[in-house]
Each structure stands twice: as C-alpha cells, then as structure tokens.
Design a protein around this ligand. Structure first.
Ligand code: MSP
Length: 721
C-alpha cells in the first residue's frame, strides 16, 4: 500500500437545485465524493470536500411562487433538507455552500467584473428558446421539446450580456486532447469533443426578465449602458461556487491564501447530463478570466428506477430516508433497541453506500431496486463479511479467552498453512487485491474493488472451513495449528475491515473495536490504516466485546420500503419548520395507493354512506393543490380517441396535461377556457407524452364530465383552499 502522501486534494459534487427534495440520485454522487474524500484523508492528503445547493434562477423562482413563499424562504427550507440528510448520513464535507451565501455572491460578481474588464463580455439581445427546467439556452425552435429533458422550450427575448464562448473552441479542444483537462469516462470525453467540433456560439450569461439571481455589478451595467437590470445566468453563478467556496473573491488574506492553496480543483464529480456545462462553459470562463482549469471531471451515470432516470419530474424517485429508516429501525434497532437515532442512520447509510458502489459500475447507468438492495445486503454484508467477522472472533473468544493468539508455524507438508506460517493464497490475495482497493486513489472502479473484497472474504471463509478450527480445538496436540489458523483469519478480518472502511465507515469502526484495535478513525488519523502490512495484528491483542453486526434483513423489508415510498412522506423529511410540500417540491401522488386510514376513535360519528371515501383530515386535504388555469392549446392525439392534449397556463408556469375528455369536448371549445386543475399530481406518461396535472370535472360513472366552473375575475394561478 502506498505510504502517506502530503498532496492537497480538492473535490466537489454538483450543487443541487433546491426545487425538489433530495433523492438517492443526489445521494449517489455525494456518497462517491465522500468515499474519495475519506480515501485521500487516509492517504494523508490535505483534503477539501465541497457540496451544497444551487438556489438561483427562473426554475427556483417559479417553484417558490408555486409554493406561495418568498424565494429566500423557499430555498432556506429545501437547502436545509439536503443538509440535514447529508448529516444524517455522516457525509464528511468540509463546506456546504449555498449560492445565496454572501461570500459566494461577492465572488460571482468579481468573476463577472473580471470577465467584463478583460473584454470577454458584451451586451446584446437574445431572441430564442430557453429550457427553464435545465436552465439552458437551446438552439432549436420555441415549442419543440428540449433535447435533454423533453419539456417544451420557451420563447425568450431579452437584453443579455454575452460571453465570447466562440473564441474558446480550439483552446478547449487542445486542453482536453492534451489531458490538461481530464474528462472521464471516455464516452463523456468523446461527447464533449464532438460537441466542441460542432462549433460554439457565444453564450448569454445574464437574464433580465426576472430577478431571483445575483445582480450583475452596477459598474458593469452602467459601463455597458444596459437598459434593464440584469442577474447573472444561473450556470455561471453555480459553477463559480467551486472557487468561491475556497476563498475566491474574498478580501480576507487567510481566505485568499486558501484559494491559492486549493485551486484548481482536483476533481469535479458530476452526473453525465451536466458534463457540457462543466467541460465546455466552465473551463472557457476560467480561461477567459486567466485562472487555472480544474484537473479532472468525472461523470457518473444515472440511477434508474423503473427503467427511467430517477428524477422528480418523472415522479420515480427513491428517498435515501426510506433506506435509512428501514435498515436503521427494522434491522439495526431490532438487534439494538437502545441504539440512538444517529447510529441507526449511520448503519442504514453504510448499507446504501455499499449497495450503490458495489452494484453500479461507476460511469454507467444502473437500476435501483429494493429487492436487489436487500439481497445484496444479506449476501455480502450479513452472510459474507458479518459472518466471517463473527465466526472468527467468536472462536478466538472461545478457544483463546478473547486474546489474539500467537501463530505457531508447522512443518506438515500437506497442511494449508505453510511452514513459514501463513496461507500462501491468503497472503497473495491480501497483498494484491486488497492493496489495490486501499491505495488506488484515482480509481473509481468501486464495483470491481468491492468484488475483490467479497472474493477475499470467500477465500478466507474457505480457509476456515478447510482448516476446521472447531475440530482442531478438540485435539490438544493441534493447539499451535489452531492458533495459527485463527490468527490468519483475524488478520484477514483486519484487512477486509481496513479495505471497507471508506465505503462502510460505521460498521467497520464497530469491527475494529471488536478486534481490540479501538476507533478506526483514530487508526486512520495516526496513519495505521495507510500503513497496513500483513501480520501487523499484534498477538496478545485483547478483543473488544463481541456482538452481531449485520442482523439479517427479512425479505419483507423490500415491501416495507416500497410502502414507505408510496406514503411519500417520511416524517423525518418534513421538519416542523418546513412548509407542506407543494407542486414544485414533491408532487403528492394522490393516485398512489393511499396510506392506511387512521382507525376511528371509539366514540366517532357513524360512518357515512357505504360508497363514500374514507374520511380525511384537513392535513390530507391541504396536500392537494387546486389552481385556476387557462387552456392555451388543445388538440387531439393521433390514434387516441379519448385523449386531448392541453397546454395550460398556471400563471407561474405552463404545463402539459392529457385528459380523457375528447369524446365530450372539442379542442375549439376548450381553447381560452378557464378550468380547475390539480397541479401537484405526480406526472405520468400516456402514449409517450407526459401529463402533469388533472382537470377537475363532475361526472357520473361513464357519463359526460362537466368541467368545474371557475369564479369570474380571479387571476389564473390562484390556489383554491
Ligand atoms: N444545479 C445543477 C448543478 C450545478 S453544479 C455547478 C444541477 N442540479 S441537480 O439537482 O439537478 O443535480 C444534478 C446532479 O445530481 C447530477 O449531476 C448527479 O450528480 C445527481 N443526480 C441527480 N439525479 C440522479 C440520478 N437519477 N442518478 C445519478 N445521479 C443523479 O444539475
């Protein structure tokens, strides 16, 4: 294993949009970053791990409006949800940046001014299409679907500041080809190169039609004689977080020194859909400002659920909280009912971390299923690692009073244990597979590394079975052999544990304590973990108290996680300070299976008519968001006799809704009409088209639906409560 080095290592995750609560897609990138940060700390690097939230722009402004709260309050709430979750999961970031932080705003203004002063920015007018969801200018006709996310492109005509992106084509290609800017995997690198070879247009880097953003500095606006007030384009704002988080733009000398020391970033981890922003725009801004480029950009694939990218707009997300709660409460706390909430969470987090890294080849897309999560946990952690730890340590407890025995070498030619002490197979694997897992700092092939560890566990298990210490223990003559076998097994447990530490920091700490080695964090800090050598376990070490570490998970756990997801409202997610969720945080799936209705109190009023729906509380009702909308477009859908495709205006946004009213209403009689819409239904796909909302109508079974009438004079977008 490599010895401690003393490099600096600065790594980042994307900063997450606060228009939706976190799901395991966000957790995935953040977990990968955490594992890498722990590895670098283990190697002795000065490590800085950054994550945070992206809080400006039109999308967030609209989401806040839809929730009926001022944008700052809205972003405070959602950003806190991300942060609380990351803390529950024990993620070891060094800074949690918010783009609404004052130091960030100053830094963005400084970069904007620098670019302007260096002649890289000019004022002009943009007329064209914009995708609000991706916050991206798109070179396609208005109204066509966005090539990235499929939502309709909107018309924008605005005075904008433009960045001379077109001047950077050749320089960017050169930087990438010379690996000055490393992009991985190669598929992402090739995509970026072909995008660049297709030619670059100048990029609009300000917006003047809304206000939720960092203002373009007054001096720049005046000098350029802008006629509108401008805010910085959200991607320029967001990307700059990687520098402002470590001191860029600060007047404080200590912060400036920090920036000098840490910049450029060594690694930006990003999801593959945002490589263009990171590999084209970002390095171009930096080149134009005369600043060094990040060293490496690594794109992860997508977590898929039901074969589609997990995302809020598709409504197919899985919450990390579900996994923390299920494994924390139903597995760990079943064994340890007294366990604190923090311990339960950390156990659940270890399981999620292990599963995501083991199951998904880094860089590729991977499907998430609850069944696979439970199966993987039982196979690798409960039966594999957990079983090895417990059988090895309990035999040491039983046969050697809980003290690591001194190995005695034997001369028997046929024995698995060689004359010079240890099993050659084990040693060989330990020094190759395990070493590579522990020291490959730039390696992101987690799935292979974890497979190597799993294979090592299998070999060690085989070694125990072949040597049958429980039989050796019956023969006093074989005491030396018994000591040797159990020593080798304990050493294998120590190596496995060290190798798993960055992926499962909570449970490996428990094992470390059981091995009598104290806190694994201390061993990491004092360099012990980075300087492992075989036979480093001291004979005579007194084991800690033994107890099971991986209680088996019942198969039914997968079903209970599905139920928890359907309820969609894990209590921990909705701290009292957070307003009830609205359409733009998480759609309430009113068409999903309903949660068990609370049983009526014994003295409750008699039940209503037999066919009435179960009683709901006012809290249930306020979850449903009803708003006044106006139909802008109505058209028939080819080969779907019953369906109409509507585009409706909700005041703060336009939506596509499919409705089964084509037999009763013609498109013409609907256009311009004001209707009532349930706006926070999870979007659904029908005939390949997304429907995001539902019209309100009165209808008898099978009869004509009568669209609900709307009060006169009330503006479009108004909510009914
Ligand atoms: N705010 C921008 C990023 C700005 S960085 C300067 C953004 N935010 S986001 O909330 O949409 O988060 C995107 C990132 O979350 C992805 O790039 C990826 O890292 C992670 N993921 C979100 N959904 C994911 C999956 N379904 N699967 C894997 N990662 C996913 O884009």
């Amino acid at each position: 294993m490599s010895n401690a080095s003393s490099n600096k290592f600065y790594l980042t995750t994307p900063i997450y949009y606060v228009n939706a609560r976190p799901h395991i897609g966000h957790a995935y990138t953040t977990i990968v970053a955490d594992v890498l940060a722990r590895r670098h700390r283990l190697a002795g690097d000065e490590t800085f791990f950054l994550t945070g939230t992206d809080e400006h722009g039109q999308k967030i402004e609209r989401s806040a409006a839809a929730a009926g709260v001022p944008p700052q309050q809205f972003t405070d709430q959602v950003s806190a949800q991300f942060r609380t979750l990351w803390e529950r999961m024990g993620l070891t970031y060094d800074r949690y940046i918010r783009t609404t932080d004052e130091d960030h705003k100053r830094g963005v203004q400084k970069l904007f001014t620098t670019l302007y002063e260096r002649g890289q920015i000019y004022l002009s007018t943009y007329t064209g299409a914009y995708c609000v969801s991706d916050e991206a200018f798109v070179d396609l006709p208005v109204g066509t679907p966005c090539p990235d996310c499929g939502r309709a492109l909107e018309q924008v005509t605005e005075e904008n500041f433009f960045f001379k992106l077109s001047a950077y084509e050749a320089r960017l290609i050169d930087a990438i080809e010379r690996n000055e800017l490393l992009i991985e995997p190669s598929t992402a690198r090739n995509e970026v190169l072909s995008f660049l070879r297709g030619g670059l247009k100048d990029l609009s880097i300000s917006r003047s039609s809304f206000t939720w953003g960092i203002p373009v500095p007054d001096a720049v606006q005046q000098h350029a004689q802008a006629t509108q007030k401008h805010v910085v384009y959200v991607w320029l704002d967001a990307l700059t977080n990687y520098m402002t988080a470590v001191g860029y733009g600060s007047e404080d000398p200590a912060e400036q020194a920090k920036f000098e020391r840490l910049w450029p970033a060594d690694l930006h981890l990003v999801g593959k859909e945002i490589t263009r922003f990171h590999c084209v725009y970002w390095p171009a801004f930096l080149m134009a400002a005369g600043l060094p480029l990040p060293r490496r950009i690594s794109a992860n694939g997508w977590l898929l659920f039901d074969n589609a990218k997990m995302s809020k707009s598709r409504g197919n997300v899985v919450r990390s909280e579900t996994i923390l709660n299920a494994f924390g409460n139903e597995v760990w706390a079943r064994q340890y009912p007294e366990a604190s909430a923090a311990e339960r969470d950390l156990f659940g987090a270890d399981v999620l971390r292990y599963y995501l890294l083991r199951e998904i080849p880094f860089g590729q897309d991977g499907s998430f299923t609850f069944d696979a999560l439970v199966t993987r946990y039982n196979a690798d952690l409960a039966n594999g690692y957990g079983n090895l730890v417990s059988r090895t340590l309990s035999m040491i407890e039983k046969f050697f009073d809980g003290v690591v025995p001194t190995p005695v070498y034997e001369e028997t030619a046929e024995s698995t244990v060689t004359p010079d002490g240890f099993d050659a197979g084990l040693l060989g694997r330990a020094s190759t597979g395990m070493t590579s897992s522990l020291s490959a700092l730039n390696e992101t092939d987690f799935a292979t590394q974890l497979a190597e560890i799993a294979a090592f566990i299998t070999v060690t298990d085989g070694f125990l079975t072949a040597n049958a210490p429980w039989k050796l223990a019956k023969d006093p003559e074989k005491r030396g052999r018994l000591a040797t076998v159990l020593y080798v097994a304990a050493e294998a447990v120590r190596w496995t544990t060290a190798a798993l530490y960055t992926v499962c920091p909570f449970v490996t700490d428990r094992v470390w304590q059981q091995l009598g080695l104290g806190s694994i964090e201390d061993s990491r800090r004092n360099g012990e973990l980075a300087n492992m050598h075989w036979a480093g376990l001291e004979p005579g070490t007194k084991l800690g108290a033994l107890s099971p570490l991986f209680p088996r998970a019942e198969k039914t756990l997968a079903d209970s996680m599905v139920d928890m997801e359907n309820e969609k409202n894990t209590p921990e997610l909705t701290p009292a300070s957070v307003a009830p969720e609205s359409a733009n945080t998480t759609p309430v799936a009113v068409d999903a299976p309903a949660a068990e209705p609370a049983s009526p109190a014994p003295d409750a009023a008699p039940a209503g008519p037999a066919d009435s729906s179960p009683e709901i509380t006012i809290d249930d009702f306020v979850k449903v968001e009803l708003r006044i909308a106006q139909v802008l477009v109505a058209e028939r859908i080819p080969k779907a006799d019953k369906l109409l495709r509507l585009e409706v205006d909700l005041g703060f946004e336009k939506r596509q809704i499919l409705s089964g009213i084509a037999e009763w209403y013609t498109p013409e009689e609907l256009i311009g009409r004001r209707i009532l819409v349930i706006t926070n239904l999870a979007p659904r796909k029908m005939r390949g088209l997304e429907s995001h909302g539902m019209l309100l109508a009165a209808s008898e079974e099978g009869g004509k639906p009568f669209l609900a009438t709307v009060p006169e004079g009330v503006p479009v977008g108004t909510r009914l409560k």
